[in-house]
Ligand binder design. Structure first.
Ligand code: NAP
Length: 520
């Protein structure tokens, strides 16, 4: 049986950087990757319009000054193909591919002093340390099986690499989260007809994407060190500075102008218009009303505008969407909104989609129905800790982690951006680099010894994660942050909302005090 110092699961942003760091420690490492290339979420999510909603320069590695200097982003928000090219470049530049086994899914992992993993290729490999760089979403898409349907079906997170020719086709899109909202305007431009099946209306803000401004790029690169240090200390890991003022203390005119200014600027920074949008219902309503007004002003048919307008959750309590022409797409003659609240979905027939209002004949069905977020990518692997305890059993009532980095009873298993860490509420690259650096520091400190989280520290951290979420409006939404999108999944607020700056300080303090809360 092959023996390694460490095994990394996944070759996306997290796995690639983790491999690079562990090589720097002189470790012999094996990476397993289910895809036939690097990229993780950017390898799988190739649907039309797939694009990052964090500005390109901020959504890139900071660990290498040379990499940063030599790579040029073409747009303010990078498209999926460009991010994938970047990650391919990183893999080549740091000679990472030679330690990655592609087309190889880790199916199980069991602890007995060290870890033994089994793969879809029938291999068994052991290692002292196991690092799950499985991402938060992409490895666990929710794909229904429709044997009856005559045409093609595609999940946005499993889009065929050769693309899908939708020209002249009647297309159904199910789902209006970030993926659907990006894909729908693109699909509408080529398809003969698009029917958008919406269960819950979502808030979306314009991206205002455009070509990269060379002067801005130069400024960013010249001041890289200072800018990156600043980003690491913020709440979100982004560069934009939230307005520290309260929406409630601003007068109506000042409030409107702050919303308008951020709306014109574009992107998720809209939620930083004021400091209290995600903690005060009244402040949140002001922001939500502003966006509702924009939807009404954009969509010409008032009945359609009303259906597209969200009322059932505070703005930002579900991941805010960022779009290019989403609402205006509903003014096109070839686009129709099917509201599943008034006419629920009954079944997929041979020729289309039937709701209680009748059948919609279509040629292609696009599922933009999301993912079993945060826990799904880990629990899809049969992971067994001390005494053979399955992680699925330990997490039956929701994930239990210490700092989102480890789970007690699963020694030497690290989870990059795991549940209980800022992860999906932050700029993922900032959070990934922070976890990778922390884990590399920890492994250097361990020097081959075993580490496990203390159950008491884990319970205290879980209580803290829940308590902080309770101060916010996040738990008010039926979101994937709460596990609410997967039937039967426990309702637990999964990421840590305390912010990357505070979280980083906490992790650094734990390391500096001899890994308090862990047993070595
Ligand atoms: P999502 O946010 O979970 O949205 C899924 C959509 O499908 C929702 O509208 C949901 O409706 C609907 N849906 C699910 N099951 C359904 C069913 N059985 N019948 C009808 N409708 C159903 O998934 P996503 O859009 O793939 O986005 C997931 C996350 O990935 C995002 O929040 C974001 O963090 C990330 N992402 C980022 C970007 C970007 O960087 N720009 C792009 C795409 C994705 P309900 O709301 O009623 O459940």
């Amino acid at each position: 049986m092959l023996q390694k110092d460490a095994i990394i699961i996944g070759a996306g942003f997290a796995g690639l950087y983790m491999l690079h760091r562990l090589r720097g420690l002189g470790m012999d490492v094996q990476v397993f990757e289910a895809g036939d290339g690097v990229g993780g979420t950017w390898y799988w999510n190739r649907y039309p319009g797939a694009r990052c909603d964090v500005p390109s320069l901020e959504y890139s590695y900071s660990f290498s000054e040379d990499l940063q200097r030599e790579w040029a982003w073409s747009e303010r928000y990078a498209s999926q193909p460009e991010i994938l090219r970047y990650l391919d470049h990183v893999a080549d530049r740091f000679d990472l591919r030679r330690d990655i086994a592609f087309r190889t899914r880790v199916t199980s992992a069991a602890f007995d002093d060290g870890w033994t993993v089994e793969t879809s290729q029938g291999e068994r490999v052991t290692a002292r340390y196991l690092i799950a760089a499985v991402g938060c979403l992409a490895s666990a898409p929710r794909v229904p099986d429709l044997p009856m349907f005559h045409g093609a079906t595609h999940h946005t997170g499993r889009w065929p690499h050769e693309g899908v020719d939708l020209a002249g086709k009647r297309v159904a899109v199910i789902g209006t989260g970030s993926s659907g909202i990006q894909a729908i305007p693109e699909i509408a431009q080529v398809a003969e007809h698009v029917t958008v099946f919406q269960r819950t209306a979502n808030f979306s803000v314009p991206a205002r994407n455009g070509p990269m401004d060379p002067a801005y790029e130069k400024w960013f690169k010249d001041n890289h060190g200072e800018i990156r240090a600043g980003m690491r200390a913020t709440h979100s890991g982004l560069m934009t500075t939230p307005n520290p003022d309260s929406a409630l203390s601003a007068g109506p005119e000042a409030r409107l102008s702050a919303f308008e200014e951020r709306w014109e600027r574009g992107g998720i920074a809209f939620l930083g218009s004021f400091s209290d949008l995600l903690v005060s219902e009244e402040a949140n309503t002001a922001a939500a009303d502003f966006v509702r007004g924009k939807i009404r002003a954009t969509v010409t048919e008032s009945r359609v505008a009303e259906k597209l307008t969200p009322y059932d959750h505070p703005i930002g309590s579900k991941r805010i969407c960022v779009d290019t022409g989403y609402y205006a797409t509903f003014n096109r003659p070839n686009v129709r909104l099917a509201d599943l609240r008034t006419a629920p979905l009954e079944e997929f027939t041979r020729y289309g989609v039937r709701t209680t209002a009748g059948e919609h004949p279509v040629d292609v069905i696009v599922f933009a129905t999301g993912f079993d977020a945060l826990t799904g990518p880990l629990l899809n692997i049969d992971i067994r800790g001390k005494g053979g305890l399955p992680l699925r059993d330990k997490w039956a009532a929701g994930p239990k982690t210490y700092l989102g980095l480890m789970s007690a009873g699963f020694p030497n298993l690290f989870t990059i951006t795991g549940p209980g860490s800022p992860s999906v509420l932050s700029n993922m690259i900032v959070s990934i680099e922070q976890h990778v650096d922390w884990i590399a520091g920890c492994l250097a400190h361990l020097d081959g010894r075993t580490i496990d989280a203390d159950p008491a520290a884990e319970d205290a951290w879980g209580a803290h994660v829940a308590e902080v979420a309770g101060y916010t409006l996040f738990p008010r939404a039926d979101s994937w942050y709460m596990g609410a999108n997967v039937p039967g999944k426990p309702r637990v607020f999964l990421p840590y909302v305390g912010g990357v700056g505070l979280y980083r300080a906490r992790c650094e303090e734990v390391a500096a005090t001899g890994y308090a809360g862990f047993t070595i």
